[in-house]
Design a protein around this ligand. Structure first.
Ligand SMILES: Cc1cc2nc3c(=O)[nH]c(=O)nc-3n(C[C@H](O)[C@H](O)[C@H](O)COP(=O)(O)OP(=O)(O)OC[C@H]3O[C@@H](n4cnc5c(N)ncnc54)[C@H](O)[C@@H]3O)c2cc1C
Length: 303
């Protein structure tokens, strides 16, 4: 199974990576996919807004079905993390956790984003009952209510601004904001109430979130708390390749309509290219990236 040279390597086996694999492999490209399904954002989710599924469907089932489908087109899978990426002489080389090296004509980054937890009292107990890790998925539930967003980086700032279109009051709780000046201006000129130099000590509530207790002793009455600490780790891998990020948040990979990055032969799809963090977007982008990468690899190979 371990070939000398693949046409399309895909890092990430969430919906973006799987869809990219299905489309690239169906074009007869030699495809290899890296990553673990259980690390996909989808793995523990129940999805009710994905086209064609009227009733909520388990994310785990979707991922298993997607992998089988990709394998039926002969895509190969390696259940390991990629720890190093290089781009030399028009080829990408990838080193996995176990030290194996794989080489490919093209590479598609479908790394998703990391959703870090707060690990404070009340958080775990109230997930899905006021504690959320996804503004795009859950903002609609908080129409006319009071919410807090916790985080220091771009994901939190963007999440807070997005929530203004739904919630009555939006607090942003942060230690210190590490965001670009452009984003800071946007935030400052909005109605988001920024509470700096503190953090969440406890999420309060019995059956649902009723408030948050802050480390500075302040207590806020809110109906929801969005933990948005994300969008970093996987990006380091991308940054090593010289990929350009969006100018506003410097958190998401810049792509064009063909899912191409600034590096020839390198594509990106799914959550890693920016919001909305939704399956429908991930599979749409994965489809385009898979087709484009397969075509590019064929040209390189002189077919
Ligand atoms: C609790 C929750 C509920 C959600 N609800 C909904 C919903 O109702 N509707 C909806 O549309 N969306 C929902 N989402 C969002 C949805 O799951 C994501 O938008 C989708 O999974 C993004 O797909 P992706 O392929 O871009 O990334 P992911 O699915 O996150 O996959 C990323 C992949 O990258 C791999 N990876 C990362 N780093 C490496 C590395 N170094 N080497 C190898 N592999 C790596 C991981 O192993 C993983 O396989 C929800 C998410 C969560 C967390």
């Amino acid at each position: 199974m371990h070939q000398d040279l693949y046409d399309v390597a895909i890092i990430g086996c969430g919906p973006a990576g799987l869809q990219a694999a299905i489309h690239a492999a169906s074009k007869k490209a030699e495809v290899i996919v890296f990553g673990r399904a259980r690390k996909s954002g989808l793995y523990k989710a129940h999805i009710a807004n994905f086209c064609c599924y009227e009733r909520p469907i388990s994310g785990k089932d979707l991922l298993q079905a997607g992998r089988k489908q990709a394998e039926s087109f002969d895509a190969a899978f390696v259940e390991e993390d990629v720890i190093e990426t290089k781009n030399e002489n028009n080829l990408f080389s990838l080193v996995t956790e176990s030290g194996n090296t794989f080489t490919s004509r093209t590479l598609i980054l479908c790394l998703g984003v990391t959703r870090k937890k707060l690990r404070v009292k009340g958080e775990k107990e109230l997930v899905g009952r006021g504690v959320s890790y996804c503004v795009d998925c859950d903002a609609n539930f908080y129409r006319g209510l009071d919410v807090a967003v916790v985080g220091n980086e771009s994901a939190a700032a963007i999440g807070a601004v997005t929530l203004l279109s739904y919630a009555k009051t939006v607090y942003l709780i942060c230690r210190e904001l590490t965001i670009t000046d452009t984003l800071y201006e946007k935030l400052k000129n909005s109605n988001v109430k920024i509470i700096k130099d503190t953090w969440v000590k406890e999420v309060i509530g019995t059956n649902e979130v009723e408030g948050v207790l802050l480390k500075n002793g302040e207590a806020l009455k809110v109906n929801g708390i969005f933990v948005e600490r994300g969008a970093k780790s996987a990006l380091e891998l991308a940054a090593n390749l010289g990929v350009l990020f969006d100018t506003e948040t410097v958190s998401f990979i810049e792509i064009n309509k063909k899912q191409e990055t600034n590096i020839p032969g390198l594509y990106a799809a799914g959550d890693i290219t920016g919001q909305p963090w939704q399956i429908a977007k991930a599979v749409g982008e994965g489809c385009v990236a898979g087709i484009e990468a397969a075509e590019y690899a064929k040209k390189l190979a002189g077919d």
